[in-house]
Ligand binder design. Structure first.
Ligand code: NAD
Length: 442
């Protein structure tokens, strides 16, 4: 592979990470075969239709398919035999005990061992617990032994740090690339793959790279929970968490990001990755009390917020509540572990009549809560509302004509779960505006 910069790459798994990673490698002029076992997904990708919403990705998908740098298949063997570098980008969801479910990763490792025909670099992009690289290595070695083959291969850990909603930008302009590898050949291959990226490359052991991903997500989750915990106190004391966080964030040692108080973190990463790290620590008989507390705060943040609503509105039975925003954050259709789901659950338990609007997330939530009224426009969702809960700060929602909204609703209660609207503006319009930790004494 000396001096070669156009590599043949297979990316196994075409979810948010696999598809984005494939597009980034194609953009850097590698030849990418993206593989998924979901034939429907592959059929759509072969028509340049993304299986999820991510701004700007579909255009690139089409461009690189047309240029020949990117193709999609459900034939794993084709992907494996035609490529020198194999990326594993399948899901690692939470098991019931919180540990990472590695069954998809292990299955792919087995398949690689059953199908590989020569030396390969096998890279884990999926977020996996420390020691998974060793596991993949032993699974592949066992499969090769079964086939009486003994050629070598390298294992690499290359965790992904992209943010949904900014996935393409993050993949093309990462702030750092972490490479956990054991051999010079693997290191050179990874350097060639990322040759066009202007970002620090951090080379580590495989185990360190695996830990870096969990540590980074655990730290960000803790930052959010810390500010949410303070918000609860601010609410009691009549202090404003927005100002407090601003004052904290101006300290460069702290930084302003991930300091916005709200209804807690969700998504496919923070909840499952904190749970997996806590589980990993438990297996090692090591306590992580800080992370445990961060996880507890997050688990109870929606209930805390709902208590505020009950305190102000009394019983919600028979009241019409409009939930604005469903996705775990704006600019994605991902509703995995979204706080909105907990809100819906609690509203329904309290016999509220729930209507909702979200620019991208309604189809996914409809499958879980068919009893909610999903409206094609926010204004229709807001008609006759006794209370509004803002759960996701989509620009479209923040930019609503709030004067018009005021005429549509029955009562002016507005609960901003993201502290995303300007309280004084909303109050001047006549809303009874309640944020998170900014104005209460309740
Ligand atoms: P996803 O669920 O969207 O996609 C996973 C894909 O893998 C699915 O399309 C599935 O059909 C496919 N798959 C499963 N088994 C397969 C097999 N045997 N062969 C081929 N394809 C198979 O998952 P995602 O959100 O893209 O996350 C993937 C990994 O990346 C996870 O470990 C996650 O923690 C990590 N990660 C996710 C993000 C994010 O923002 N989503 C960010 C960083 C890291």
């Amino acid at each position: 592979m000396n001096g070669v910069t156009h590599l043949d790459v297979a990316v196994i798994g075409t979810g948010y990470v696999g598809t984005t990673t494939s597009i980034a490698f194609a953009a850097w002029d590698h030849k990418v075969i993206a593989v998924d076992s979901d034939q429907m997904k592959i059929a759509r990708l072969n028509q340049s239709i993304l299986p999820f919403y991510e701004e700007g990705l579909e255009r690139r998908l089409e461009r690189y398919r047309e240029s020949g740098n990117l193709s999609f298949t459900d034939d794993l063997e084709q992907g494996i035999t035609r490529s020198d570098v194999l990326f594993i980008a399948v899901g690692t969801p939470s098991s019931p005990d919180g540990s990472a479910d590695l069954s998809y990763v292990e299955m792919v490792a087995r398949q690689i061992g059953q199908m590989m025909d020569k030396y390969k670099v096998i890279v884990t992009k999926s977020t996996v617990p420390v020691g998974t690289g060793d596991k993949i290595k032993s699974i592949i070695t066992d499969e090769l032994k079964r086939r009486n083959l003994s050629f070598s291969f390298d294992i690499v850990s290359n965790p992904e740090f992209l943010r949904e909603g900014r996935a393409l930008y993050d993949a093309l302009h990462p702030e750092r690339v972490v490479i956990g590898c054991e051999t010079e050949t693997a290191r050179k291959t990874m350097a060639a793959l990322y040759e066009k990226v202007e970002a620090p490359m951090l080379y580590t052991t495989i185990r360190d790279a695996e830990m870096i991903k969990y540590a980074a997500n655990a730290f960000l989750a803790t930052k959010i929970s810390f500010v949410n915990e303070l918000a609860r106190l601010c609410d009691k004391m009549g202090t404003n968490i927005m100002k407090v966080a601003e004052g904290m964030g101006l300290d460069s040692r702290i930084g302003p990001q991930f300091l916005r108080a709200g209804i807690g973190y969700g998504g496919s990463c923070f909840p499952k990755d904190t749970a997996a790290l806590l589980n990993l620590a438990k297996e090692q008989e090591t306590m992580l009390p800080v992370l445990q507390a961060a996880s507890n705060v997050n688990r109870t943040q929606v209930s805390w917020f709902m208590e505020r609503i009950h305190h102000i509105m009394g019983s919600l039975a028979g009241k019409k509540v409009t939930l604005l925003g469903l996705t775990f954050k704006p600019e994605t259709d991902d509703v995995r572990e979204a706080p909105s789901l907990k809100i819906i659950e609690q509203l329904l338990q309290n016999k509220a009549i729930v209507s909702t609007y979200d620019p991208q997330g309604m189809e996914n939530v409809k499958k879980i809560y068919p009893q909610v009224a999903y409206k094609p426009t926010p204004y229709e969702a807001l008609e006759g509302a006794d209370a509004i809960i803002l759960a996701t700060e989509w620009r479209e929602i923040l930019d609503l004509d709030w004067t018009k909204v005021k005429d549509l609703i029955a009562q002016p209660y507005l609960f901003d779960g993201r502290n995303a609207l300007v309280p004084s503006v909303m109050r001047n319009l006549g809303y009874c505006y309640v944020g998170v930790g900014i104005d209460g004494r309740g």
